[in-house]
Design a protein. Structure first.
Length: 558
């Protein structure tokens, strides 16, 4: 570590770990909270399709704001102030989600997180790249980003266990507040590491022809707000909902701004910027599928997956409260009680007043259990059935990242020693193809469960997440690395914001795709559509690959 990696890496590693702890804790329980029937200890009780739309818009905006946050960090606030500003705003937003259930305050808290992430996310990634811009660390940049990415996923792994404990033992609000505490811990760690980081936080001097802050605010940000508002109020829904219309409209000036960077760039920068724009395009498709872990795959875990805990594990797990009972000790029983009404696609039903309809019956979990289990429970309906919390499945992907990162890094190291390591763009295209295969695993899950008629083994989700994780490790940290390698020094944070813009558009597409879940009576077609989108992106990327590799070589990187 002392010779291969800079001393600031561990501090950035743990800062990002705790920041992602908070961010992914929210994502793990967001849809579950929003759709849970309302009540004193319940959720917001919003319709499922609306929950997907709100979720998609939220995660999209958290990755749209980095384009402006990165620019302001580079030109106005500086990197260190931007980290603190972003972290404090996110912590306040997380705590606000825990304190307020009124929709205006709920959305306001989301707004604080969105703005805070805009300052924090591109800045910390840029600082990491700056640490590796000097010898003898330059050649280990890809490995550094892989290590950094592992920190992200350690936070994403532990957060869902904490979320399960907090919401079972105390409630939804306390789970959200735990996310805010995690963010504040991250800022404390960052403060301790400043002496090893500060030299990588110097602001770059502006050059003639660079975009001015006033130009970005007046020619990009303000038009985005205006056309976004137009998209919201325009009669009817062009792209499916008011929020989707507003988001897509607002993206147009931002995308135009990034494309214009290519045409305004100095001649020696044009090819690098053009290559990055191509990479942003194909990565967008990856995020559109990957981010369905918080929507479609969470829905699959909640309603279509066998979450029962084997009897021999009930007592050991009782102590860490990973059960569905509100006090962490009570399971679900098969006996009739007052429960919410759900349709055949597991959507809670509302009356004309918008209230969740209730009926005397069995919990929705038992709606599609296998016949043998149903018959056994019928003989003793008061027998308690203990269930894993749904959000715990959100820890499967980061678990695979932690396990597989050393494997993938070692795999590339073997090829490097032989002089045959694929270029960074090639790794990204490999990642797209492997991610597509994860959709086929879910097609198998649909067939195994007879299209949802019977719950399937959780191993289907574990396998799907395992495959998508391999694709993710080939693509996501490599995307961060290639931005750092190809970006002109004066535009690094801004182009990092462009990478997150692609992430943003992909995230919104994930919400749009997830909201079509109910349009597919046969769920295998839903996953086949996702597979087709990724294969299309893969083919597109293959056509670009020769140019991308040539630009990498011209810039003396691979």
């Amino acid at each position: 570590m002392k010779t291969k990696h800079p001393k600031g890496l561990p501090y950035l590693f743990f800062t990002e770990m705790w920041e992602r702890f908070g961010y992914y804790l929210i994502l793990g329980i967001f849809v579950l909270y929003v759709i849970e029937p309302n009540g004193d200890k319940g959720g917001l009780g919003l319709p499922d399709k609306m929950a997907d739309d709100v979720f998609g818009t939220y995660i999209a905006l958290t990755y749209l704001t980095p384009f402006l946050g990165g620019f302001l960090a580079e030109r106005l606030f500086g990197y260190i102030k931007s980290i603190y500003l972003g972290g404090v705003l996110m912590a306040a937003g997380y705590i606000g989600l825990g304190l307020f259930k009124e929709l205006p305050l709920f959305y306001g808290s989301l707004g604080l997180i969105i703005i805070g992430n805009g300052f924090f996310k591109p800045t910390i990634s840029t600082i990491l790249g700056n640490l590796y811009s000097e010898e003898p660390y330059k050649k280990n940049k890809d490995t550094g980003y892989n290590i950094f990415y592992m920190g992200i996923n350690i936070g994403a792994f532990i957060c869902n266990i904490i979320a399960a404990y907090m919401r079972n033992r105390f409630g939804w609000g306390e789970a959200f507040i735990a996310a805010g505490v995690g963010m504040l811990i991250g800022l404390v760690i960052f403060s301790f590491g400043l002496k090893h980081i500060r030299h990588a936080c110097e602001m770059k001097a502006a050059k003639e022809g660079d975009s001015k802050i006033s130009d970005v605010l007046l020619k990009v940000f303000l038009p985005a707000l205006i056309v976004g508002a137009i998209g919201w109020i325009v009669p009817g829904n062009i792209f499916g909902s008011d929020s989707t219309d507003a988001f897509i409209f607002a993206c147009v000036p931002v995308i135009y701004f990034y494309v214009s960077l290519y045409f305004k760039a100095h001649q020696d920068e044009k090819r690098s910027i053009g290559a990055l724009l191509m990479i942003f395009l194909v990565c967008m498709f990856f995020w559109a599928i990957f981010k369905q872990n918080g929507t479609a795959l969470t829905r699959w875990a909640n309603y279509y997956t066998d979450r029962s805990i084997p009897e021999k594990l009930v007592e050991p797990m009782r102590g860490i409260y990973m059960l569905d009972g509100k006090d962490g000790t009570t399971g679900k029983s098969f006996e009739d009680k007052e429960v919410a009404v759900y349709d055949d696609q597991f959507r809670s039903q509302k009356n004309e007043a918008g209230e969740t309809m209730k009926v005397s019956g069995k919990d929705v979990y038992f709606k599609n259990i296998n016949p043998e289990e149903r018959a056994q429970l019928a003989t003793n309906p008061k027998q308690e059935v203990y269930l894993f919390n749904t959000e715990l499945f959100q820890s499967v992907n980061p678990f695979w990242v932690i396990v597989l990162t050393p494997v993938i890094v070692g795999f590339w190291a073997i090829f490097r020693k032989r002089g045959k390591e694929p270029t960074t763009p090639t790794k990204i295209m490999i990642g797209l193809f492997i991610t597509a295969l994860s959709c086929l695993v879910m097609v198998g899950a649909v067939f195994a469960g007879n299209n949802g008629a019977v719950k399937v083994s959780p191993l289907w989700l574990v396998a799907s997440y395992g495959v998508v994780t391999i694709g993710e490790l080939c693509l996501s940290p490599m995307g961060l690395s290639v931005v750092s390698k190809l970006s002109p020094a004066r535009l690094t944070a801004l182009m990092m914001g462009g990478f997150f813009l692609a992430n943003s558009v992909g995230n919104k597409l994930s919400g749009i795709l997830a909201s079509t879940w109910y349009n597919y009576e046969n769920k295998e077609y839903y996953f086949l559509v996702n597979f087709a989108l990724l294969i299309f992106a893969f083919i597109l990327g293959i056509f670009m690959l020769k140019f991308l590799n040539k630009v990498m070589k011209e810039n003396g990187v691979d």
